[in-house]
Design a protein around this ligand. Structure first.
Ligand code: 13P
Ligand code: SF4
Length: 312
């Protein structure tokens, strides 16, 4: 009842304030239930360009709020918790990328969307896990490319495009800790279950996958596949939407290498979990915390984001 009351208050405030709640698939089930729109990073960015509301509340992580603000500078973009960061985005600081770029002046920079606005401002084209292959395929054959910050996604894109890219040595702490041993064991126990993996996982995991794709692509696969059971190798928040879309199918999450520090057998992104109904309600009520992006940085960062949307 408590959660239902909070959700009702959130919906009421959204109507009063002409606000919309957007959420990523990795957020808590109750956040996904109350959201107006749920998506992967690309769908969230595309949706931001279509909404007419005055306020967007982005339930996800900081870079997602920044991307919304850059795309919709005239709107108020709120996040329930400003400290919801991303280990992958943190693995590439703008000053380090600027120094790296200076060493390779002929290279263009392709950056994953999981980056700060300042890194995007140094980028030629942004990609997400949905469109990285499609966009890299469209770059001139002789283009020299720096790809960052995710080394796992980068080497996967290298392998599927055949392009040589200089890879930034960053990674997501959630996706790089999936247990290969547990995956091999689950494959033996569920031999008919396809393995669905996010491209931020390590190469050893990806080579065992039947489908590699963004959260949305994995979700779509479960809807159309005739299989009844699936082994899932991405953050466990996606299981909620998979189960909601396919109530009669079974989703088996692969655990991380060690469950001691996180206390459960699911692999959760603690930053995504910072989004709670209580914080969402408070942020709508107070219209704070708000995402602010330096105007000059936002102006530069908009170009590679727009380029991505055009090339998608
Ligand atoms: P998607 O774009 O596939 O939703 O991925 C976002 C993300 O943060 C993955 O860790
Ligand atoms: Fe960042 Fe990893 Fe969390 Fe995705 S799962 S938001 S890449 S820390």
């Amino acid at each position: 009842m408590y959660k239902e009351n909070l959700a009702a208050e959130i919906r009421q405030l959204c109507e009063q304030k002409h606000a919309i709640v957007m959420a990523h698939y990795y957020t808590r089930p109750e956040i996904q239930e109350v959201a107006d729109f749920i998506g992967d990073s690309l769908a969230l960015a595309q949706q931001a360009t279509r909404v007419s509301s005055d306020i967007i509340v982005m339930c996800g992580v900081h870079f997602m709020g920044e991307t919304m603000k850059i795309l919709c500078p005239e709107k108020k973009v709120l996040v329930p918790d400003l400290t919801a960061g991303c280990s992958l985005a943190d693995s590439c600081r703008a000053e380090d990328l600027a120094a790296f770029k200076a060493k390779y002046p002929e290279h263009m920079v392709v950056s994953y969307v999981n980056t700060s606005a300042a890194v995007k401002a140094l980028t030629d084209v942004v990609v997400t896990s949905s469109n990285a292959k499609h966009i890299v395929d469209q770059l001139p054959a002789d283009a020299k490319i720096i790809f960052g910050p995710d080394r796992n996604l980068g080497s996967y894109i290298n392998s599927v495009t055949g392009r040589e890219m200089l890879l930034w040595d960053g990674a997501c702490h959630v996706h790089s800790r999936f247990s290969l041993e547990a995956l091999l064991d689950l494959k033996k126990r569920y031999p008919d279950a396809p393995v669905l993996a996010h491209p931020e996982c390590k190469a050893a995991i990806l080579t065992l996958a039947d489908k590699v794709g963004s959260t949305k692509a994995l979700l779509e696969f479960t809807k159309t596949s005739p299989a009844r059971q699936f082994i899932i190798v991405t953050e466990s928040g996606i299981l909620f939407e998979m189960q909601r879309a396919c109530p009669d199918k079974e989703f088996i999450p692969v655990p991380p290498e060690t469950t001691e520090s996180i206390g459960c057998h699911c692999n959760e992104c603690e930053y995504m979990r910072l989004n709670t109904l209580e914080k969402l309600l408070a942020c709508l009520r107070d219209e704070s915390p708000e995402i602010v992006v330096d105007e000059k940085i936002a102006e530069k960062a908009l170009l590679p984001i727009k380029k991505m949307l055009e090339m998608s």
